[in-house]
Design a protein around this ligand. Structure first.
Ligand SMILES: Cc1cc2nc3c(=O)[nH]c(=O)nc-3n(C[C@H](O)[C@H](O)[C@H](O)COP(=O)(O)OP(=O)(O)OC[C@H]3O[C@@H](n4cnc5c(N)ncnc54)[C@H](O)[C@@H]3O)c2cc1C
Length: 383
C-alpha cells in the first residue's frame, strides 16, 4: 500500500480562531501586506455565541485602558455600524442579595455575536486575509529536519513563519506546544451558562451578586424589547448543581421563556505569564486577557490582536523582538487587568454567603466601590 504524503502548505502568518482577536489581527496583518490565513473550526463564524453579548464602545475602551486614545486604527475599528447595535447599554445596575441596587453609566451596546464576529471576519477578508471555516487544528508536530512546527488539520498540513493563537480560553495552540505548563495556559476557568430569553426584561444591564452565583454573578443583558441574554458564571466547585440548572431556576423565577441555551468557559486567572513562545503569539482569551472581575474580553481581544499584528510587522521590518507584543499589552491593559484580578480575588475572599456579601457591598456601594470594581479600577482608592 502506498501512503500519500500531503504537501505542506506555507503561509507567512497563520491565525487559529476567527473570534474578535483573530479577525482584528488578521485584518491588520493583511493591511500590512502580509500573507495571512485564518483557520476556524466552526462552520459558521460566531455561532454559537458563548457570550453575554455586551459590546463596548470606544468611549468605554479609552476609559479603561491607557495609551490608546490617539490610536486611529483602533478608534476606527471600534466605530461599529448601527445595524450591529440592537440595544444601547448606557446604564448598569448591580443588585445585592437583598434586592437593593447601585447603578452607574456605561458606554456599550448589546448585539448578536453571530452578526458581530461575522462582520469582523468580513472586514479581515476585505483587507486581504483568507479565512478557512470548518477547519480545526487538531495537532502540532515539530519537524526536526527543517526545525519548524507543522499544524495538522483533517485535510492538510501547514507551516508558517508566525503563528497566532486566537483559539479562545483553552489556548489550544499553546496547549499543543507546551501541554499544561501554567506559563502559557489561562487559569481559573469559570464555567458559565447563558440563554437567549423572551419576556419582561429590563432596559438596563443588570448584574446579580450573592448566592444566585457564588463567587461570580448572574446577568440580564437586554437585546431589545422583550429579548435578553441571561447568564450565570460562578467559580468552579462553588455551585450545588450544574451551572445550567441554576440558570434554568433563575430564568424560571423571573418568568423568562428560554429560546436557546449554551455555555462556555471564561478564563478569570488574569494574563498568562508568557504570551510569546518563539514564533507563536497568544492573543485574546488565549492569553488570559479577560477582565477577572467582570468577565468582559471583547475589547482586550481586539486590542491584543492589533498589537500582535504590529509586533509581527516590526519583527519583519526591523527585527524587533516579538516580545514587544507582551510589552504593548502590559503598557496599555496591564493596570486595568491587575486591578480587575485583585478585585476578583478580594471577592473570592470576602463575598462569602449572602449576609457577608450584603455587608461588604453596602459598604462599597455608597463610596463608588462597586462602580470602580466593575470598571476595573481599584474598588477602594488604595486597594
Ligand atoms: C458566557 C460568556 C459570556 C461573556 N460575555 C461577555 C460580554 O458580554 N462582553 C465581553 O466583552 N466579553 C464577554 N465574554 C468574553 C468574550 O466572549 C471573550 O473574551 C471573547 O470572545 C474573546 O475573543 P477571542 O477572539 O479571544 O476568542 P473567541 O471569541 O473564543 O474565539 C476563538 C475562536 O477560535 C476557534 N477555535 C478554537 N479552537 C480551534 C482550533 N483548534 N482550530 C480552529 N479554530 C479554533 C473557535 O471556534 C472560536 O471561533 C463572555 C464569555 C462567556 C463564555
Amino acid at each position: 500500500m502506498t501512503v500519500v504524503q500531503r504537501p505542506v502548505i506555507h503561509h507567512e502568518v497563520i491565525v487559529v480562531g476567527a473570534g474578535p482577536a483573530g479577525s482584528a489581527c488578521a485584518q491588520k496583518l493583511a493591511e500590512c501586506g502580509l500573507d495571512v490565513l485564518v483557520l476556524e473550526r466552526r462552520k459558521i463564524i460566531g455561532n454559537p455565541a458563548q457570550c453575554g453579548e455586551c459590546i463596548p464602545n470606544w468611549g468605554e475602551v479609552v476609559q479603561t485602558f491607557s495609551n490608546i486614545e490617539n490610536d486611529e486604527w483602533l478608534q476606527q475599528y471600534f466605530d461599529f455600524p448601527q445595524w450591529l447595535q440592537l440595544h444601547r447599554l448606557d446604564f448598569m445596575r448591580v443588585f445585592l442579595p437583598s434586592g437593593k441596587s447601585y447603578g452607574f453609566e456605561l458606554d456599550a451596546f448589546a448585539g448578536h455575536r453571530l452578526h458581530f464576529d461575522g462582520y469582523l471576519a468580513e472586514k479581515a477578508i476585505k483587507a486581504g486575509a483568507k479565512i478557512q471555516i470548518d477547519t480545526a487544528v487538531i495537532n502540532m508536530i515539530h519537524q526536526s529536519s527543517k526545525n519548524r512546527d507543522i499544524l495538522i488539520t483533517k485535510d492538510a498540513k501547514y507551516s508558517f513563519d508566525y503563528l497566532v493563537d486566537a483559539s479562545g480560553s483553552l489556548a489550544h495552540m499553546m496547549r499543543l506546544k507546551h501541554g499544561k505548563n501554567p506559563q502559557f495556559r489561562p487559569g481559573d476557568q469559570v464555567p458559565t451558562a447563558y440563554a437567549q430569553v423572551h419576556g419582561d426584561v429590563p432596559e438596563t444591564f443588570d448584574v446579580f451578586i450573592g448566592s444566585v452565583a457564588p463567587s461570580g454573578y448572574a446577568w440580564i443583558i437586554p437585546k431589545g424589547p422583550n429579548f435578553a441574554n441571561v447568564g450565570i458564571g460562578a467559580r468552579a466547585g462553588k455551585l450545588r448543581h450544574p451551572v445550567k440548572k441554576h440558570l434554568l431556576d433563575f430564568c424560571a423565577d423571573l418568568k423568562l421563556e428560554i429560546l436557546s441555551i449554551g455555555g462556555g468557559w471564561i478564563p478569570m486567572g488574569g494574563p498568562v505569564p508568557t504570551m510569546v513562545s518563539g514564533n507563536i503569539l497568544a492573543i485574546g482569551d488565549a492569553a488570559g486577557l479577560v477582565m477577572p472581575s467582570n468577565g468582559g474580553g471583547i475589547s482586550q481581544a481586539i486590542i491584543s490582536g492589533y498589537f500582535a499584528a504590529q509586533s509581527i510587522q516590526e519583527h519583519i521590518l526591523h527585527n524587533t523582538p516579538l516580545e514587544s507584543y507582551q510589552k504593548k499589552v502590559e503598557d496599555s491593559m496591564g493596570r486595568a487587568l491587575k486591578n480587575s484580578l485583585r478585585t476578583k480575588n478580594m471577592g473570592y475572599t470576602f463575598l462569602r454567603g449572602d449576609v457577608m456579601t450584603e455587608l461588604v457591598l453596602r459598604t462599597l456601594g455608597p463610596i463608588g466601590g462597586i462602580k470602580r470594581a466593575m470598571e476595573c479600577d481599584k474598588p477602594l482608592f488604595l486597594l
